[in-house]
Write a protein that binds this ligand. Sequence first.
Ligand code: E4P
Length: 217
Amino acid sequence: MKFFADTAEIEDIKKLQESGLLDGITTNPSLIAKSGRDFKEVIKEICGIVPGPVSAEVASTDFDTMIKEADVLRKLADNVVVKLPLTVDGLKACKVLTSEGTKTNVTLCFSANQALLAAKVGATYISPFIGRLDDINLEGMQLIRDIRQIYDNYAFSTEILAASIRTPNHITEAALAGADVATIPPAVIFKLADHPLTKSGLEQFVKDWKGTGQSIL
Ligand code: E4P
């Protein structure tokens, strides 16, 4: 499973890149607004840090303007993935961009039918939002399972990018359901390594090793 960080915060991105755990980045207009940075500048900076795919989302909602914005975004860096909303205009833009060899991420997916449409227009990634479905008392993870089944039935190559991840449990469940990628808030990625038994076990090992008076170096 590939790990993307769902953030536009440069310091977090640098830390994750150094950890060797990072395969890519996703951003959205809300994350850009939160960063307080200029959109194009911050995307260029992220692309300079992370060699993997970096999703940058169009801001418009009509086909013609989406295509114009996508053209600006894909020129920012070679690893930019153009993120498009799951609407008829967004799907139409996805088809055109895919035919031109541009990588795409179709976002705001909340149903298996929407995911089917994204695969039919050749999206590189489909982003089902797990947490937001859970928020309204639906089972976000079932959507990942359904999409996995549908994509496998027809051998679609669109990658399932589990989005709106809120907890470490979401990662385990998305991995079990066969998501290709998870895009995760940095704080949740760091939490994945935590376990109280690892912590206490290591403390004991360090203490016992000191007691031997030995040194490996
Ligand atoms: C995905 O690409 C989105 O940026 C993101 O995962 C949305 O997550 P949220 O529901 O926590 O805002």
